[in-house]
Design a protein around this ligand. Structure first.
Ligand SMILES: [Zn+2]
Length: 308
């Protein structure tokens, strides 16, 4: 992939909360780590939290200290990501800002086609170590997530190192895939689709959770298909000048690395489909690819098919 050096980025779409997420840091209750602790189950934890966020099953709201009502902090606008800084794309903060701009530009155009009105943009919050959100307090171990209550995407950018070193998803295109997946959950929130998360089983190969996660992968694919059409803040410049087949392959490889079955195996366990929440590696790859091949979120109805 190539990023357009001339692009003017919209810094209002990302807030930098810094260390401790502006909630005083330290303290807090963090996220309980299932399955014996350690960092081995990183993505498993992501899984747990997303179920919690989408399904309310784990009562994340009960995890706030309550001092500031679990509200989000304001954070600082990103600095140094404007065009005058020729090195800006060496900085992960600026690159990820560009991805967020591109994903939202895509949905500005595409969302109205879904017949539910206008897209409502939302920002991504960068944090380090821990963060206080509308869904409770979280630490970096949870991985990136979307909080439906405050409608924000949260990411500690060091997650990408973890993804590369622990899960072998080294490709640069892993990052925009992850963000596009999280924005997929925002789309589901706007559409009301995520209300289905509370229905039926909380996990399992045909659960609403798996269907929502595969749909978010498919939405990420449909964004990727159109990413080079996305425009910068001025509406004049492209954000990506190119996306190659090897980028798409990197996204697919990332989807493979974070499938439920692969993670269960990696963490030394047996494959247990009853615990699936995001779908298998094969399913995640397939739905990303489906989104990419069709380039249309309407092709992402994971609730309408038995062929997950
Ligand atoms: Zn997800």
């Amino acid at each position: 992939m190539e990023l357009n050096e001339r692009a003017e980025l919209d810094t209002s779409q990302v807030n930098d909360l810094g260390r401790g997420g502006g909630s005083g840091g330290g303290g807090g209750m963090g996220i309980p780590i299932p399955g014996g602790g350690g960092r081995g189950g990183l993505i498993g934890i992501v899984v747990t939290v997303l179920i919690a966020l989408l399904g309310g099953g784990f009562g994340l709201n009960a995890m706030t200290n309550g001092e500031d009502g679990g509200g989000q902090s304001t954070g600082k606008p990103l600095q140094g990501c404007d065009r005058s800084n020729a090195q800006r794309f060496d900085d992960a903060r600026c690159r990820n800002l560009l991805y967020v701009n591109s994903i939202q530009d895509y949905w500005e155009k595409e969302y109205p086609e879904l017949g539910k009105g206008k897209y409502e943009p939302t920002s991504t919050n960068y944090f380090e170590a821990a963060v206080n959100t509308g869904c409770g307090q979280a630490d970096s171990g949870v991985g990136p997530f979307y909080c439906p209550a405050d409608r924000k995407v949260y990411i500690d950018l060091s997650f990408y190192n973890e993804l590369a070193s622990r899960f072998g998803a080294k490709g640069e295109f892993a990052a925009p895939y992850v963000l596009a997946h999280e924005y997929g959950h925002h789309i589901q929130n706007l559409l009301g689709t995520n209300e289905r998360a509370g229905q039926g089983d909380q996990s399992g190969p045909r659960s609403a959770s798996v269907r929502l996660e595969l749909q978010a992968d498919c939405y990420a694919g449909s964004w990727a298909k159109h990413a080079t059409e996305s425009k910068d803040e001025t509406g004049q410049e492209a954000l990506f000048t190119s996306i190659t087949p090897s980028d798409v392959a990197e996204a697919v490889q990332t989807a493979e690395a974070i499938g439920d079955d692969t993670i269960q195996q990696r963490s030394g366990g047996r494959i247990n489909p009853d615990q699936f929440t995001h779908g298998t590696s094969a399913q995640r790859q397939r739905w990303f690819q489906q989104g990419y091949d069709r380039g249309d979120p309407k092709a992402c109805d994971t609730f309408a098919t038995d062929q997950l």
